[in-house]
Write a protein that binds this ligand. Structure first.
Ligand SMILES: NC(=O)c1ccc[n+]([C@@H]2O[C@H](COP(=O)([O-])OP(=O)(O)OC[C@H]3O[C@@H](n4cnc5c(N)ncnc54)[C@H](O)[C@@H]3O)[C@@H](O)[C@H]2O)c1
Length: 277
């Protein structure tokens, strides 16, 4: 039904167990896509710590899991902040699988949280560089390839509830994710004539690696236990639970599919009703 057999997809930031990227890569593979698992591949000091990034070992494990479900998968380490590495990522996907149909811009950092009065410039820059500039670079080079192929394509940007609302300690993160929406809408207009759609998904909280770091951080900041913090979250979500990686993966597969062919420039909330605008 989804018409994704034989398509080729890249998912950035997909090299972590329990992450949204892995779930989306797995789901796209189940729908018939060949998939490139892209991720940073190495830690880098305080800005890219062990709890925040997918290493090449973890990328390979993720790829092997998807491969054992019967899909064609490759891994390509790529720092989305580097134009040269992004160009190599797109070229690598095309050389491995012959074409590119879907780019899922999922790489993101949400663990550099500080009040604005304390926010260090290098942390602000790191968040904006990964979450926004990385999305720009991947979209630029992926859509050049799609335009050359001449038969359309899909850009799927992983934004956040933080693309719609503000959150304390998260001015850089919310600024980057609001920026994702402006970017998404402009690309939808620029590339519509090439039959390339560009949409964003806005998840609320999902307890991924990043999500569990945030649970610990925000419960501590609010003087709550993690269980009290999660209970307060559950009680304000109409569907009574935080998101699951599979909720986001299903939305991603839909937006990648023929079924979503006339949808572009949208910000799709996947939030159990917590976010409604
Ligand atoms: N978990 C949530 O509650 C939630 C909610 C809304 C939006 N999001 C967004 O979803 C996306 C995935 O987050 P997640 O929760 O799965 O966390 P995650 O930490 O599992 O995934 C983020 C990935 O981005 C990668 N990354 C970081 N810097 C990179 C760089 N310079 N180049 C390439 N890759 C890099 C990391 O290695 C990691 O694999 C992020 O964009 C995040 O902002 C998450």
């Amino acid at each position: 039904m989804y018409g994704l057999d034989g398509k080729v997809a890249i998912v950035t930031g997909a090299g972590r167990h329990g992450g949204l990227g892995k779930a989306m890569a797995m789901r796209l593979a189940e729908e018939g896509c060949s998939v490139v698992v892209a991720d940073l591949g190495r830690t880098e000091g305080e800005l890219f710590p062990t709890h925040g990034v997918g290493t090449t070992d973890e990328m390979e494990q993720v790829a092997e899991e998807i491969r054992s479900a019967g899909a064609r998968v490759s891994t390509i380490p790529c720092d989305v902040r580097s134009e040269a590495q992004v160009e190599a990522l797109i070229a690598g996907a095309v050389s491995e699988f012959g074409r590119l149909d879907v780019i899922v811009n999922n790489a993101g950092i949400g663990y550099l949280m500080q009040l604005v009065t304390e926010m260090e410039e290098e942390k602000w820059d790191a968040v904006l560089d990964v979450n926004l500039k990385g999305m720009f670079l991947c979209t630029k080079h992926a859509t050049r390839q799609m335009i050359e192929q001449g038969d359309g394509g899909r850009v799927i940007n992983i934004a956040s509830q933080a693309a719609k609302s503000g959150f304390p300690y998260a001015s850089a993160y919310t600024a980057s994710k609001h920026g994702v929406m402006g970017f998404t809408r402009s690309i939808a207009i620029e590339l519509g004539s090439h039959n390339i759609t560009c949409n964003a998904i806005c998840p609320n909280h999902v307890t991924t690696g990043l999500g569990s770091w945030q649970n610990a951080f925000f419960s501590d900041a609010l003087g709550l236990t993690e269980e009290e913090y999660l209970e307060a979250m559950r009680s304000r979500i109409p569907l009574g639970r935080p998101g699951l990686t599979d909720d986001i993966a299903k939305a991603c597969a839909f937006l990648a599919s023929d079924q979503a062919g006339y949808i572009t420039g949208e910000a799709l909330n996947v939030s159990g009703g917590e976010e409604m605008h």
